[in-house]
Design a protein around this ligand. Structure first.
Ligand code: IPE
Ligand code: IPE
Ligand code: MG
Length: 227
């Protein structure tokens, strides 16, 4: 049997809070550890022969509902993360991109996000796409609005191209922490994705577990409605 190629990977990085709670720590400690795991996974993906994009769900349009203290912490963490990870992007040849509506973030953070994109835009080994203030319904709605404003035809191809994502379909979607739902992530792009759910909490996730999941993905019979 021919193995499935993996080009576009997406991960719902869930379970930071529970990881911290299990250790009697504040939830914020789980987010800190979770941010470190992103580096290992990004390095793995950048060395993988076929993965071209890895899209990571970092902050949803619904996550603003969390206590202000946690939201504020996550914003600060994102700032620190971008500052620290610029080295990683340079080292591994990773282009940094985002999806989601950035207009809700502080002007300072928006500036930093855009500067990071600008600095890494010529890298081609891997594109890391952070989903920030991202919600699939919001993305699809914005895409359709954009087409209407430009007087363009509403068809699948045009909608796909008007989305935030600079690519089309996700091959493999992984969610950590045992929850089996999409939580408003990439609803359009995952129509035919293979879905894998692992009980591992995100801060405990490793590149070797990712490799095991990819091995399973390779063997799935992807039919896309055919025979
Ligand atoms: C995922 O971990 C990170 C974000 C949503 C920012 P959670 O914070 O959702 O962790 P749990 O689900 O409460 O364990
Ligand atoms: C989804 O996780 C969002 C991110 C991982 C950023 P949540 O923890 O917010 O999702 P629900 O609330 O359990 O569905
Ligand atoms: Mg969660």
């Amino acid at each position: 049997m021919k193995k499935n190629t993996l080009t576009n990977l997406a991960i719902i990085m869930d379970g930071n809070g529970r990881w911290a709670k299990e250790r009697g720590l504040a939830r914020t400690k789980g987010h800190e550890k979770g941010a470190e795991v992103i580096r290992e996974i990004t390095e793995y993906c950048s060395n993988h022969p076929t993965i071209k994009t890895v899209t990571l769900y970092a902050f949803s349009t619904e996550n603003w509902k969390r206590p202000k203290m946690e939201v504020d912490f996550l914003m600060k963490l994102l700032e620190k993360y971008l500052k620290k990870e610029l080295k990683t992007y340079h080292k591994f040849g990773v282009k940094f991109e985002t999806i989601g509506d950035l207009s809700k973030f502080s002007p300072k953070l928006q500036k930093q996000i855009n500067a990071t994109k600008e600095e890494t835009k010529n890298y081609t080994k891997l594109t890391q796409i952070l989903a920030l203030n991202y919600g699939a319904r919001d993305e699809i709605t914005r895409a359709v609005k954009k087409l209407l404003e430009q007087n363009r035809e509403i068809n699948q191809d045009n909608i796909s191209k008007a989305l935030d994502t600079p690519y089309t379909d996700i091959d493999l979607l992984i969610r950590t922490s045992g929850e089996q739902r999409l939580s408003n992530f990439l609803l359009w792009q995952t129509s035919y994705s293979e879905l894998f759910f692992t009980p591992t909490l995100w801060p405990d996730f490793t590149s070797s577990e990712l490799e095991e999941i990819i091995e399973k993905y390779h063997m799935v019979d992807r039919k896309f409605g055919g025979l």
